[in-house]
Design a protein around this ligand. Structure first.
Ligand SMILES: Cc1ncc(COP(=O)(O)O)c(C=O)c1O
Length: 439
C-alpha cells in the first residue's frame, strides 16, 4: 500500500511512517536470516542471572599464555598493526603448511594452497561466494552448523538436507551410532548439486566420520563432480584414539576438497576470528578473490599469535594436553547424565554432548515466553531445564529443516568447553532434573 505523503518541510517529505523507509534485500528472507535465532532466545540476558551457560560453544577459560604473549608482542611491532596480505601473513601460512602438510600427506604451497580467513566462518562464506551459481544445491548433513544455511542462501544456493539417523534403541549410544543412509544421500544428489559439506568431528553430534563413511562420500563426490567442503574445525578434539581422517587425503579427493580450520577452536580463542582454508589452487584462487572483496585481510596481530600457536604446539605437547583436559570435561558432564539415568550420546569428537530429553516431563501450563511459540518441544525442554535447574543448553531442532526437525526435538546440546569447576557445578544442578523425569 502506498504511503500517504504529507507536505514537505525543509525538503523532507513527511511520510506517516518513517520507520521502514528503505526496503531491505530479499536475500534476507531465505535462510532464516531474519528469524529470531536460538542464540538470542537462549541468551544469558533472557535467563536467570545465575544460570550456568552450557549453551553457546565458547570457552570460559583463556587461551594459553604463550599464545596470548605472542599476540602482545605482535601488537608491539609496527607491521603487525597494519594490513596483511589477503592470503594471510606469511608466518601463519608457513606455520599452517608445516603443521597440516604431514597430516595431509603433502607439501603445502604457501602461495596457492593456503588461505587465512576471518574465522572458519568467513572462509566458508567466501567459498560459497566463489563457487555458487543461482540455484546450485549444497548438501549438508543434519543437524548442521547453523551458519551454513544463510551463508548458502545469501549466495543464491539451495540447501539440501540429509539427516544423520540416531540409534533410538541403544541404551548407551555414541556419536558413531548416528548413521548416514547412503541411499538417502544418493537420492539427494540432482543435476544441480554443486557441493557437499562434511563436518568431522561434528557439531553438535560429536561424530567422527569413519574412513568407510568418508570413502563412500568421496565416491559420490567423484561420480557427480562435487566440491567437498570439509569442516574440520574440531580436528584437535578427537577422543579415545579414534582416527580423524581428512577426506582430502582419500584417493583423488585433494583436487575437489577444501579443508577448513579455526584458531578459535584450536587455541581457545573464538573471538580472535582467525581461521584457514587448505586446498588446491583451483579452489583457493577463486576463494582468495572473494575473501579479498569481503574483508580484504584478516586480523593481523592475532594471525601472528595463531602462527606462534601452531609453531610451538608440537614441541609443547599442547594438543595432547588440551585433549586430555577436554576428555576430563567430557567425563564430568557425561557422568552427571549417567547419575541422572538419562540417555545421551557419548561424543567421540568436538565439545558437545546431546542429551535425550524425551523423558523430561514438561508441565502443560508452564509459563513459556512468546519467543518459543511455534518452536519444537526441545525449545520448551531447554527453557524449562534452564529455569528449573539453572543450566542452559541449546535445542537441537534449530539445526534441522522443518521437514526433519522432529529428529532434533528429542535432544538438547550441552557444551563442555568450560572449566571443571563450572562443569561440576552444572552436573550437581542437573541432578535436580530427576524429579521432572517421566516415571
Ligand atoms: C562446525 C563449525 N564450523 C565452523 C565454525 C566457525 O568457526 P570460527 O569461529 O573459526 O568461525 C564453528 C563454530 O562454532 C563450528 O562449530
Amino acid at each position: 500500500m502506498a504511503l500517504v505523503q504529507a507536505p514537505k518541510a525543509n525538503g523532507v517529505s513527511k511520510h506517516k511512517d518513517r520507520s521502514n523507509l528503505i526496503p531491505f534485500s530479499s536475500r534476507l528472507k531465505d535462510g532464516r536470516a531474519l528469524a529470531q535465532d536460538v542464540w538470542s532466545i537462549f541468551n544469558a540476558a533472557n535467563l536467570p542471572s545465575d544460570c550456568i551457560n552450557l549453551g553457546q560453544g565458547y570457552m570460559n577459560f583463556a587461551p594459553p599464555t604463550w599464545v596470548t604473549e605472542a599476540a602482545e608482542s605482535a601488537l608491539n611491532t609496527v607491521v603487525a598493526n597494519h594490513y596483511s596480505h589477503p592470503k594471510g601473513r606469511i608466518r601463519l601460512r608457513e606455520a599452517i603448511s608445516k603443521f597440516y602438510g604431514p597430516t595431509l600427506g603433502r607439501t603445502l604451497d604457501t602461495e596457492n594452497e593456503i588461505l587465512v580467513t576471518s574465522g572458519a566462518n568467513e572462509g566458508q562464506y567466501s567459498v560459497f561466494v566463489a563457487f555458487l551459481e543461482q540455484g546450485d544445491e549444497v548438501i549438508m548433513f543434519e543437524p548442521y552448523f547453523d551458519q551454513y544455511l544463510p551463508s548458502v542462501t545469501f549466495n543464491g544456493g539451495k540447501p539440501v538436507y540429509v539427516p544423520l539417523h540416531p540409534n533410538k534403541t541403544k541404551l548407551h549410544p555414541t556419536s558413531n551410532d548416528w548413521a548416514i543412509d547412503f541411499e538417502e544421500l544418493r537420492r539427494a544428489v540432482t543435476p544441480r548439486t554443486k557441493m557437499i559439506i562434511v563436518n568431522t568431528p561434528h557439531n553438535p553430534v560429536g561424530k567422527v566420520f569413519t574412513r568407510d563413511e568418508l570413502e563412500k562420500i568421496a565416491a559420490i563426490a567423484e561420480e557427480f563432480n562435487l566440491l567437498v567442503m570439509s569442516d574440520e574445525v574440531y580436528d584437535c578434539l578427537v577422543f579415545d584414539n579414534k582416527e580423524h581422517v581428512r577426506i582430502a587425503t582419500l584417493p583423488g579427493m585433494w583436487d575437489r576438497t577444501v579443508t577448513v580450520g579455526s584458531a578459535g577452536k584450536a587455541f581457545a580463542a573464538t573471538g580472535w576470528r582467525v581461521g584457514w582454508l587448505i586446498g588446491p589452487p583451483s579452489i583457493i584462487g577463486p576463494t582468495l578473490a572473494a575473501t579479498t572483496r569481503i574483508v580484504f585481510c584478516s586480523n593481523s596481530p592475532l594471525q601472528e599469535a595463531a602462527a606462534a600457536g601452531l609453531e610451538q604446539a608440537t614441541e609443547r605437547g599442547f594438543f595432547e594436553k588440551q585433549l586430555a583436559e577436554y576428555a576430563e570435561r567430557r567425563e564430568v558432564l557425561c557422568n552427571a547424565f549417567e547419575r541422572l539415568g538419562m540417555k545421551y550420546t557419548l561424543p567421540e569428537g568436538s565439545y558437545f554432548v546431546l542429551l535425550d530429553i524425551s523423558e523430561v516431563d514438561i508441565p502443560d501450563d508452564y509459563p513459556f515466553p512468546a519467543s518459543l511459540d511455534g518452536r519444537g518441544r526441545d525449545f520448551r525442554a531447554c527453557w524449562f531445564i534452564a529455569m528449573e535447574v539453572g543450566v542452559s543448553s541449546i535445542p537441537v531442532s534449530e539445526f534441522y529443516c522443518e521437514e526433519h526437525c522432529s529428529i532434533g526435538e528429542s535432544f538438547a546440546r550441552f557444551a563442555f568447553c568450560k572449566d571443571l569447576e563450572t562443569l561440576k557445578a552444572a552436573g550437581e544442578r542437573l541432578q535436580n532434573l530427576k524429579k521432572f523425569l517421566k516415571k
